[in-house]
Design a protein. Structure first.
Length: 142
C-alpha cells in the first residue's frame, strides 16, 4: 500500500504508517523521505516558496487503479521536530504522514473551515499519537 522511497540514512519502519493509511484509503501511496535540501527545491519549484518545509503532497489524477499520490517528508524536519516536541521520530513521521495524506484526500487547512484540523485530531486520537501537530498548527492560525 505504501511505496517507500527512502533517500536518507534513517532506518524507517512503515508498519505504523501502513496501518494509518489503511484506515483512510485503499489506494496506494508513494512516500518519499528526503532531506531539507531536496524538499526545499520541491517547495520552490511547485509552490514558489523558497524554503524547506516538513511535508508536501502531490495528488495524482483520479483514475481507476491509480495511486492516490505522493507524500514527501523531510527527515531533517522529522528529527528536529521529534527532539523539539519531545517524542519519538516515528511519532513525528506519523503526524506528518497523516497531514500529507489528508491533503491527498482533498482536505486543505488553508481554505476550509477547520475540517482538516478536526480530522487530524480524530486520527491522532485514534492512534494515540502526541497532540503536538494540533498545537503547532493552531499556533500557525493565531
Amino acid at each position: 500500500m505504501i511505496e517507500l522511497d527512502n533517500r536518507t540514512d534513517d532506518l524507517i519502519d512503515v508498519s505504523d504508517l501502513q496501518t494509518i493509511a489503511m484506515t483512510m484509503t485503499d489506494k496506494e501511496i508513494e512516500l518519499i523521505l528526503t532531506d531539507d535540501v531536496e524538499i526545499g527545491e520541491l517547495n520552490r519549484e511547485f509552490r514558489d516558496i523558497d524554503s524547506a518545509t516538513d511535508v508536501l503532497s502531490f495528488p495524482y489524477e483520479p483514475m481507476p487503479m491509480s495511486p492516490l499520490g505522493s507524500i514527501v517528508i523531510s527527515m531533517d524536519y522529522v528529527n528536529r521536530g521529534a527532539k523539539h516536541f519531545m517524542h519519538r521520530p516515528q511519532e513525528e513521521l506519523s503526524l506528518l504522514f497523516i497531514h500529507g495524506l489528508l491533503h491527498l484526500l482533498g482536505y486543505d487547512h488553508e481554505t476550509d473551515d477547520g475540517e482538516m484540523r478536526q480530522k487530524e485530531r480524530e486520527i491522532i486520537g485514534e492512534f494515540s499519537l502526541p497532540s503536538s501537530l494540533i498545537v503547532r498548527t493552531l499556533k500557525e492560525t493565531d
